[in-house]
Structures are given as structure tokens and as C-alpha cells.
Design a protein around this ligand. Structure first.
Ligand code: ADP
Ligand code: MG
Length: 291
């Protein structure tokens, strides 16, 4: 494409609310064969609501369990954390002022010491590593939600579930990308059931669940080898390596982390996934100079 066409294309994208950080990305957009999409906060809104917290065993009552949960989660910036803290506060639970040693357990959850007790909170991967009952989740009403486990001093206390919603424009965005012959892959650290539930609302998306940040990078590399030019869109801090591994990295919205914004090559200023298809076809029009 001519430099003038490229400059026009970038300007056109800006009017659509999409920042393209250089002409070379416009060319890559034209050639994109495959798009990997983060689930939480990208295909979904990333605004969780707690559905249930169910005590396992009779060691502690729910109010006390919510106290441990909220005390740790008040230190976390994960989208699930805010929902759990809100849920606890609605039940008049006030988090502890004595929370130390807060840690993120990569791909699994979080832990901290609360009033001298070790509290661990996380997903099925954490539960199985700690030898916590996986069947505990059958106590929950739905198994397609995002699920969590919480324990104190290595003993399981409760399981919980949270719900998030697929973005209203996500299905339409996926359909138009597929019409442009772009394969769509969903990448998530969440469980397979939740991921399949999201996929059923979108259709035609290949699911990769239960991933660690480094698994996301490996999948991006495989897609590049097998499918060709590959993009990745994500929002979280732990998506930064995957964004960097892709031929073109997208980040979205002012809510996106500063890290994702910096690591991305293309930035959507509004949380509207339909802009993806628009910039891919824009890239193609620039390449064939019909702009
Ligand atoms: P993602 O949120 O994109 O799935 P993360 O690496 O941030 O990936 O987290 C991996 C998993 O660890 C999450 O899916 C969630 O199940 C669990 N997790 C992370 N942070 C928390 C938290 N603060 N409370 C409960 N679970 C958490
Ligand atoms: Mg994430």
C-alpha cells in the first residue's frame, strides 16, 4: 500500500476510536488469519456478581467464612475480588484490619495471613493442588459459573460461584470476524465448563481453558505456526506476554490496565468488540488501495 493510503487508514481508524500504533500494523491487520481472545473482561464484561457461597463441613458459619474471604479479597485487584467484598459487606461483614503476606498465586488465586491464619482462595487448580475436595462444587446450584474454593490453614471451608455476562456485542463481533475468514480462539484461566458456556453464546469459537499465562503464550505461538498471522486481544496484566507474542496485540477500553495498553499495538478506546472487524476490513481496503 502507498504511504498516503496507510496514513489515511490510520486516520480513519482513529475516527472509529481505534489507535493503530504504526502503518505496519495496518498491513498485519489486513493479513490476520486468527484472533485469540481473552475471556474474562474481553468476551465478557468482567463484572462479577456472587451467586452463592456454600460452607463445606460444619467447622465455621457462613458469616465467619465471609470474613476470611473478604479480608483477603479486599487486597486483590482481580475482578472476582470486588464482587466477593461487596457480597460480604451486604451481609454486614467487616474485613479484618490485620491482613499480611498477601500473595497472588499465579494461575490459581490468592492467599494472605488474616488474624494469624493462612487463608487461601482460588480455582480448581488450587483446590486440587491442596487436596481439597473437587466434588464440593456439587453443593453449588450451577456448574457453569466461575467457581472458587476458600480454605483456612490448609482446610477447605467453602466453595462459591460467581457470574459474569458475555458482552452484548460479542456474538455480532465474532460473526463479522468469521465472515472475514478470521478464526476465533478463546483463551482463559477459568474452568472449561464456564468457557464452554460462553462459547455456546457466541458460536464457532475454539475454547482453550484452564490456562496459565505461559500457556497463553504457547498457544499464540502454535496458532502463528499453524494458522498464520495471529492477533491477541486481552485486558489483564497477565495477558501482556500473550499480547507481545502475537503478530498484533489488541487492548480495549479505558478500564484496560496500563500494561495492556502499553503492550498493545492496536488500542480500542471504547469497549466495543465490533471495532475489531471494522479495522480488519479497513486494513484490507488499504492494502488493495480502495480507500
Ligand atoms: P484470569 O483471571 O484471566 O482467568 P488470572 O491468572 O488472573 O487469570 O487468575 C487465574 C485464576 O485464579 C482465575 O481464573 C481465578 O479462578 C483465580 N483467581 C485469581 N485471583 C483471584 C482472587 N482474587 N480470588 C479468587 N480467585 C482468584
Ligand atoms: Mg485475566
Amino acid at each position: 500500500s502507498t504511504p498516503v493510503a496507510v496514513a489515511c487508514g490510520i486516520q480513519h481508524a482513529a475516527r472509529l476510536g481505534v489507535v493503530i500504533k504504526g502503518g505496519s500494523y495496518l498491513e498485519i491487520l489486513a493479513k490476520i488469519k486468527c484472533l485469540a481472545m481473552d475471556k474474562t473482561g474481553t468476551l465478557t464484561e468482567g463484572h462479577f456478581r456472587v451467586s452463592e457461597v456454600v460452607a463445606v463441613g460444619e467447622t465455621e458459619d457462613l458469616q465467619q467464612i465471609l470474613y476470611w474471604l473478604a479480608s483477603v479479597e479486599s487486597r486483590s485487584s482481580h475482578p472476582m475480588a470486588a464482587a466477593l467484598v461487596t457480597y460480604a459487606s451486604l451481609q454486614d461483614v467487616v474485613p479484618s484490619k490485620s491482613v499480611t503476606d498477601f500473595q497472588i498465586i499465579e494461575g490459581e488465586g490468592v492467599s494472605a495471613v488474616v488474624d494469624g491464619h493462612l487463608i487461601e482462595i482460588g480455582n480448581a487448580r488450587l483446590a486440587s493442588r491442596l487436596g481439597w475436595s473437587n466434588t464440593a462444587i456439587t453443593k453449588l446450584a450451577t456448574q457453569t459459573a466461575t467457581m472458587g474454593w476458600v480454605g483456612k490453614d490448609h482446610q477447605l471451608l467453602a466453595v462459591f460461584s460467581l457470574e459474569d455476562h458475555v458482552r452484548e456485542e460479542a456474538a455480532e463481533a465474532v460473526r463479522s470476524l468469521k465472515r472475514l475468514n478470521v478464526q476465533i480462539h478463546m483463551l482463559t484461566g477459568d474452568n472449561n465448563e464456564t468457557a464452554q458456556d460462553v462459547q455456546s453464546k457466541l458460536g464457532g469459537v475454539t475454547v482453550h481453558a484452564g490456562l496459565l499465562p505461559q500457556d497463553k503464550v504457547r498457544i499464540i505461538q502454535e496458532l502463528k505456526e499453524n494458522a498464520g498471522v495471529t492477533g491477541m486481544i486481552g485486558d489483564g496484566i497477565n495477558d501482556a506476554p500473550a499480547l507481545a507474542a502475537a503478530d498484533v496485540g489488541f487492548a480495549m477500553g479505558l478500564a484496560g490496565s496500563a500494561v495492556a495498553m502499553e503492550t498493545s499495538d492496536v488500542f480500542l478506546m471504547t469497549d466495543d468488540l465490533r471495532k475489531l472487524g471494522l479495522v480488519v476490513s479497513l486494513g484490507r481496503r488499504v492494502r488493495t488501495k480502495v480507500i
